[in-house]
Write a protein that binds this ligand. Structure first.
Ligand code: SF4
Ligand code: SF4
Length: 81
């Protein structure tokens, strides 16, 4: 499963995620979303290491990184146990 998922309909095409990705895993699509923006997409998923930098910079909160979410849930469970 891809670690990083981008909600293309929420993306405003600012390109910040593409610029910040240390693995060069993201790219801007050449198609348009329903709002008329070219959305970012995970062009090379095997490069993604789940660092979540892209999600941190996205002003539209359009990016979810699943490994980080799972780790947070595990940490919360451990702290309660
Ligand atoms: S989680 Fe990190 S490596 Fe993966 S696409 Fe986002 S910035 Fe790049
Ligand atoms: S940072 Fe967010 S809004 Fe900007 S291009 Fe990436 S997904 Fe789209």
């Amino acid at each position: 499963m891809e670690l990083c998922q981008i909600d293309a309909e929420r993306c405003k095409g600012c390109e910040l995620c593409v610029l910040v990705c240390p693995k060069d895993a993201l790219a801007m699509g050449d198609w348009r979303n329903p709002s008329g923006f070219h959305p970012a997409w995970l062009a090379v998923p095997e490069r993604c290491n789940g660092c979540a930098l892209c999600a941190q910079v996205c002003p539209e909160t359009a990016i979810t990184v699943y490994r980080r979410l799972r780790k947070r849930a595990r940490d919360a469970a451990l702290s309660q146990g």
